[in-house]
Write a protein that binds this ligand. Structure first.
Ligand SMILES: NC(=O)c1ccc[n+]([C@@H]2O[C@H](COP(=O)([O-])OP(=O)(O)OC[C@H]3O[C@@H](n4cnc5c(N)ncnc54)[C@H](O)[C@@H]3O)[C@@H](O)[C@H]2O)c1
Ligand SMILES: O=C(O)[C@H](O)[C@H](O)COP(=O)(O)O
Length: 379
């Protein structure tokens, strides 16, 4: 068995070396010539995989160790008889922690309490539902918009128009779909962006093209009241540095870049690979992953509730560090260097662990709901 894989997939050897010979390449450089003897191709999100890439190769299984699948031509691969697996939810917890950190940062910068803001969540799947559960458990009012789920008869959703009219914060968690009844390319276009209420906090950690970046850049010239956090960009790895400069927070597509999230992605694809090739899946991530360096955070009852909670959330993940690294690396770069530096920032991302690997012990009698720990910081 032969596997060709993106060199940025962690624990490849630990999971697959017993079953296959593995060859790795930078994800953006994987080409047909690399695949002429491969049975399986394992990628992350930067390799475009379509029938043309695999034509004439023995590849029969494609696994992406990511949540997003917009880099895969799913109908084309299915028609070509290629099995495809992704890693649903693998890094969702990391994205939730990124959004919480954005809320904290905007709160500090505007003086508005983040827990009093009404948060509109567009796309309520693996990430959006975890975010909604966490925020609701913390007493934050949420508006949920997910037309595909609403059409399946599920309740509790508002329309996009209602969300735009009523939310103080908007956070996008939809897949990138270029066409169809629920297409999300430029879901937030110039017309919808113009409807954002005074002082809205807008966060995009889904895919860059979900927001019309050019329209957003034009709007921000007129609307300094808006606080925008972009983790994803319309022409990645190229970034519009003028737009980045107008954003309150700018990061290089790392919202879900916890070590835990990446390792879970590899494990999920290992399981799918074994199932596809009818091999025994004898390895589990719990045996291979490093243990967390920090096991317990105690939020002290002597300190004011919000301060303690905010402090604990900052310990878990501080988006300001990633924003600072991004701005420092991008400062004054010639246009033809931006994409390379963007990829380097991602390849050499610092170690980050999720809070699901920590225990947050709440000892206070403050206003934190009793179910907070379970609802907010698990899974
Ligand atoms: N920045 C990052 O590091 C990062 C990490 C993980 C995922 N992502 C992106 O976030 C996306 C969402 O992740 P997920 O795990 O929640 O995916 P998911 O598939 O579990 O959920 C997506 C939800 O969006 C809904 N949806 C689809 N079209 C919609 C529309 N037009 N309007 C509103 N809702 C719509 C779906 O019904 C679904 O419930 C992924 O597709 C990926 O592109 C980014
Ligand atoms: O879709 C996902 O899971 C995320 O966007 C993920 O963080 C992408 O990571 P990459 O493939 O770019 O390493």
């Amino acid at each position: 068995m032969r596997i060709v894989a993106d060199e940025n997939i962690p624990l490849l050897g630990a999971f697959f070396a017993k079953q296959a010979e593995i060859t790795t390449h930078p994800g953006r450089e994987i080409c047909r010539a690399h695949l002429m003897q491969a049975d399986a191709l394992l990628v992350r999100s930067v390799t475009r995989v379509d029938p043309a890439l695999l034509a004439g190769t023995p590849v029969r299984f494609v696994g992406t160790c990511t949540i997003g699948t917009d880099h895969l031509d799913l109908p084309g691969l299915q028609a070509a008889g290629i099995a495809v697996s992704s890693a649903p939810g693998c890094n969702a917890r990391g994205v939730v922690e990124y959004v919480l950190s954005c809320l904290l940062t905007f709160s500090e910068r505007t003086g508005k309490a983040w827990r009093s803001q009404r948060v509109g969540i567009i796309g309520v799947g693996q990430v959006g539902s975890r975010l909604a559960n966490t925020l609701t458990a913390l007493g934050v009012d949420c508006l949920l918009c997910d037309p595909p789920r609403a059409e399946r008869g599920e309740s509790g959703f508002v329309s996009l128009d209602e969300l735009l009219a009523q939310a103080d914060v908007i956070s996008c968690h939809v897949p990138l779909e270029h066409q169809g009844p629920h297409a999300t390319k430029h879901l937030l276009n110039a017309e919808r962006l113009a409807r954002l209420a005074q002082g809205t906090w807008l966060i995009n950690s889904s895919r860059g093209p979900v927001i019309d970046n050019q329209a957003l850049a034009a709007l921000l010239l007129q609307r300094p009241d808006l606080q925008v956090a972009l983790d994803v960009w319309e022409h990645e790895p190229q970034v519009d540095l003028a737009l980045a400069a107008q954003c309150a927070l700018a990061t290089p597509h790392v919202a879900g870049y916890s070590l835990d999230g990446k390792l879970r992605g590899t494990e999920q694809i290992y399981q799918a690979f074994c199932a596809h090739f009818q091999l025994p899946a004898t390895l589990a991530l719990s045996e291979l992953a490093p243990t967390a360096g920090l096991a317990t955070i105690v939020v002290n009852e002597q300190t004011p509730t919000d301060w303690s909670l905010d402090r604990a959330l900052r310990w878990v993940y501080d988006v300001r560090d990633d924003d600072a690294r991004f701005r420092a690396a991008m400062a004054g770069l010639p246009v033809d260097q931006i994409a390379k530096v963007f990829d380097q920032l991602r390849k050499h991302y610092p170690l980050r662990r999720e809070c699901s690997h920590l225990q947050l012990a709440w000892q206070g009698a403050g206003d934190l709901p009793a179910h907070w720990l379970a609802a907010g910081f698990s899974g």
